[in-house]
Design a protein around this ligand. Structure first.
Ligand code: TPP
Ligand code: DXP
Ligand code: MG
Length: 633
């Protein structure tokens, strides 16, 4: 029975001695390491916030005081000390604890969205609400240095700086990196602050000397302390936060819990917005994480605790993209690449190694990345912005009005599209084929396998007067699947029997569609399986094929609303094609975390469910009951 078992609420932390708190920190690290070794997860970020989180929860009174964690990937320690230690072994498992805050799990959790750089805006709103309602409650926002490179954070700071009544403490968790070292002017400014505690040291030195002077010493020190601002101005450059008018405290060692508590207590008394600059190390306390070359164990899969060796996961879609974009870079000097602080995760590290001058890490700044790409295209280059599909959501206006309106040839490579699963609702890339459908001129491709990924990427970068998109899911691709024929720009994958069913399978769903076709043919149902390759715009040859078949079925790893099936239906309607249509896709809901295959099956996107549904629809059509065919909402 460890100390952790005695922590049912954060208030239980207050009765612990310094030694017990050190023991608790060690126990928490052991639990983090042993659990993540089994489940995978954000071990590095959470090892970096053990003492910081303990200090926050000892100084503030959650849930009366609200703790907002930016991105939420560093919420494991918070969960362990807010009554979920006994469930922690279920981390990221189906039906178990989410890897991010979850309001249904705990009253201590508030922000579930895993998209970075939002915490300060939530905190700004919460603090203003409490001030207006006259509630004596603090808001504590913990934001990483990486998340601070996101524009939203500075929009929020601009407002927080004048929100004098906001009881808001912002803890900047500065470990100098996102996955890799944080880039840009902000990193430089934080370094200047981090390495410039001179005035604090001088002040401490003077404090010690003066306090040795009997009588006048204390008063003299108080006078001097009052002059601290003057000293700081004299000894240290104005910090970027103070230039905004924000009170800044730090830097403080984020692994020194007592020091953190002292500073947070000071900040709490201030009664207005204040920045606490904590210096931490990602992976702190676990050598394999601290030494981990790429990203200090930002988000490892399962690993061996003894040496940190991750279990091999084989080649994933990303690796095939990485190879294809390097080949492209060799052929095309005008191709440049951009990432939003995820060079390795999106597969651009080899491109960067080969073409460092043509690779840009813009920080966690997707909106900037898109419009900067528009500028790069206007300047005569062909940018490839590689990004997780869900993170492009926040840059929709930039895609629409900065790229497409100006007919810029920018290629977007959307990794982790469709169901990702483990990372929960805000990580599924199930929105892109809906929201991007409305962008005039944009062309969207969904490769079925690695061979088509390379093919479609090559085709995409040939388009220099419109945005192009190539999207693929998380994990390993299926074996390459060769077509048996062409249908306009689309590939015919199966052509068996009568024209009973035209099965339009998008991207990663083609491999499932082939299994479905086998089941249908076994039941004497004729089927044509087509892979559009380019799903936007709809291929006229597919429209004509639809006219010739008795039933059209579409299946996609995207939300059902506004996806490829919806647009196909609209197009058939506009072309006067009256063939009944059935759409299959991901339900338009926020999906609980689980493994990708589990979620796809729940959505009826597994071969057995699809085949069963199509057999029923074929029967309905044969018996003249096709009014039953409505979009599979
Ligand atoms: C909008 C957005 N883009 C990218 C990501 C992917 N991502 C998750 S954590 C992370 C790095 C965060 O760095 P930082 O804020 O410094 O936190 P740390 O991991 O260092 O604690 C990134 C880029 C994201 N969650 N949201
Ligand atoms: C928190 C965050 O957004 C990333 O760390 C993400 O969890 C990584 O996802 P993958 O594991 O799919 O690369
Ligand atoms: Mg960081």
């Amino acid at each position: 029975m460890g100390l952790l078992d005695s922590i049912a609420t954060p208030r239980d932390l207050r009765g612990l001695s310094d030694d017990q708190l050190s023991d608790l920190a060690a126990e928490i690290r052991d639990v983090l390491i042993s659990t993540c070794a089994r489940t995978g997860g954000h071990l590095g970020p959470n090892l970096g916030v053990v003492e910081l989180t303990l200090a926050v929860h000892r100084v503030f009174d959650s849930p009366r005081d609200r703790v907002v964690l930016d991105t939420g990937h560093q919420s494991y320690v918070h969960k362990l000390v807010t009554g979920r230690a006994d469930q922690f072994s279920t981390l990221r498992q189906e039906g178990g604890l989410s890897g991010y805050p979850s309001q249904t799990e705990s009253e201590h959790d508030i922000v579930e969205n895993s998209h970075a750089s939002t915490s300060l805006s939530y905190a700004d709103g919460l603090a203003k609400a409490y001030a207006i309602r006259g509630e004596d409650r603090h808001v504590v926002a913990v934001i990483g240095d990486g998340a601070l490179t996101g524009g939203m954070a500075w929009e929020a700071l601009n407002n927080i700086a004048i929100a004098r009544d906001s009881k808001l403490v912002i803890v900047v968790n500065d470990n100098e990196r996102s996955y890799t070292p944080t880039i840009g002017g902000l990193a430089t400014a934080l370094t200047r602050l981090r390495t410039n505690p001179r005035y604090e040291q001088v002040l401490d030195l003077v404090k010690k000397r003066l306090n040795q002077v009997p009588g006048v010493g204390g008063a003299a020190y108080d006078t001097l302390h009052a002059m601290k601002k003057g000293m700081k101005d004299a000894l240290a450059p104005q910090g970027l936060f103070e230039d905004l008018g924000l009170k800044y405290v730090g830097p403080v060692d984020g692994h020194d819990r007592a020091a953190m508590e002292e500073v947070l207590t000071q900040a709490k008394k201030f009664g207005g917005p204040v920045i606490v600059h904590a210096i931490t190390r990602k992976g702190f306390g676990y050598d394999p994480a601290e030494r981990h070359e790429a990203d200090q164990f930002h988000a490892p899969g399962p690993f061996d605790v003894q040496n940190g060796a991750e279990k091999p996961k084989g080649r994933i879609w990303t690796d095939h993209f990485s190879d294809a974009v390097v080949r492209l870079g060799e052929r095309r000097q005008d191709v440049v690449a951009l990432t939003a602080a995820m060079m390795h995760p999106v597969g651009l590290d080899e491109f960067q190694r080969r073409f460092p001058g043509r690779t840009f890490d813009v920080g966690i700044a997707e909106q900037h990345a898109v419009t900067s790409a528009a500028g790069l295209a206007m300047g005569g280059l062909h940018p490839v912005f590689a990004v997780y599909a869900t993170f492009l959501n926040r840059a929709f206006d930039q895609v629409l009005m900065d790229v497409a309106l100006h007919k810029c040839g920018v290629t977007f490579v959307l990794d982790r599209s469709g169901v990702t699963g483990d990372d929960g609702a805000s990580h599924n890339g199930m929105w892109d084929m809906s929201i991007l459908q409305v962008v005039p001129g944009l062309r969207l491709a969904a490769p079925r396998d690695a061979a088509r990924l390379a093919e479609l990427l090559d085709e995409a970068v040939l388009v220099d007067d419109a945005p192009t998109v190539v999207r693929f899911p998380k994990g390993p691709p299926p074996e390459d699947m060769e077509a048996v024929g062409r249908m306009g720009g689309a590939d015919v994958m199966v052509r068996e029997g009568e024209k009973d069913v035209l099965l339009v399978a998008v991207g990663s769903m083609v491999s499932t569609a082939l299994e479905v076709a086998d089941r249908l043919v076994a039941q004497g149902i004729g089927v044509t399986v087509v892979d559009p390759r380019w799903v936007k715009p709809v291929d006229p040859a597919v429209v004509e094929a639809a006219r010739e078949h008795r039933l059209v079925v579409s299946v996609e790893d995207n939300g059902i609303v506004g996806g490829c099936g919806s647009v196909l239906l609209q197009t058939l309607n506009a072309e006067g094609v009256t063939t009944p249509v059935r759409l299959h896709g991901i339900p338009q809901e926020f999906l609980e975390h689980a493994k990708r295959p589990v979620i796809l099956t729940r959505a009826g996107l597994d071969a057995q469910s699809l085949a069963r549904s199509i057999v029923e629809d074929v029967s309905a059509v044969q018996h003249g009951h096709d009014e039953a065919l409505t979009p599979n909402a």
